[in-house]
Design a protein around this ligand. Sequence first.
Ligand SMILES: [Zn+2]
Length: 387
Amino acid sequence: MAVILSLMTYPKTANVKIYSDSQWVVNIFDDLNFLTIKDIERSKVNYKVLWLCLFKIIRIYSLKVKITKVKAHSDCDHNKEADKLAKFGAEKNVLIIEDKLLLHNGTVCWRDMPIERNPILMIKEIKDAQFIEEFLMLRRNEVYRQSDLLRLIDWKISLKLNNINQYDTLFEDHYLQSFRIKICCNELPTCANLKKRKPDLYDENWKCNFIKIEEETFDHFWKCGKIQNVVQDILTRLKIFLVKIIQEYSRDDIDIHELKIKINELSMWDIGRLYDFTFLMKNQISCQLMELLRCYKITEEKLLYKVLKQITGRVLLEFKVLIWEPRNELQIKEEKRCGISSKDKKAKSHSKRTEVGVKNVDCNMLESNWNKWNNLSFHRGGHWANF
Ligand SMILES: [Zn+2]
């Protein structure tokens, strides 16, 4: 598991050296390294799922991995640090629920609310919710800390949709998926991000590639005056697509005129609103859109995901082909003009990152969000938070 986790952090084609004190891991790794994924699937190795996962990561990302055996608790500083962390993890407080509680025949309450379901599942769900909260508190996810926005998104569906994408990976989807993840984490190499990552290569003059006035951020692409026609085309086509797909999958006889009006009335068409259709690219579906689909009786789970995947995939692809790729061509030209080679781009940046501390986090907000997520998990029950 540790090896898999560490590999997940490497960029493509990296050379990786791992030191492990487990002779078992080293031996099995060396044995399996020569086999194809199919052969590993057929083998009888212990923990096969984990090994498969490991070698799939290695092959997909073309990593070169070498595992070297080191003596356990040897005097290496990194080893000491790892031991310290392991010890710290093991020393975490344990909450022991006594038998008495499980035999308790009355009502168990949490925050004055009676727990009506299996308490063990309940605790798990609250834990899940707290995990989501931690995820949302990452700086890159700042945008979700706006409670008004949180209310506009159907989280149960959105998280589930991410989940489906994760497991249902067709290989050709792979690049589109990693593109989506970059958008979700705001890590597309836009000029605004490049300036932060490599200030020694990109100075203040790097602006929107289409018209060099404004900062090039992900949000800017949708507001950029120079490509408004492209954006409007995407929007128009998406509306038409929605009509088509609802018509195709709905079990009702549909009044097309009425459907068109309803689609037009969705508030996501106003770009720059708290929630607009660009959120679809991040697999974030608005409650309003869900309401519309429900209205046309597209509710059966599998069907619903199928429809939503097509919608989100379409916006993503249109953005990629019509905006991002043309932008990349301009960017490459500009980099050439400024003498930035791809070797420069791959080299490690020497400048220090400006550290942004947690001091900006509003503590009140933190507390109220924590409560909100806990309560959501409590009331919604079920599995809305099951990643
Ligand atoms: Zn622009």
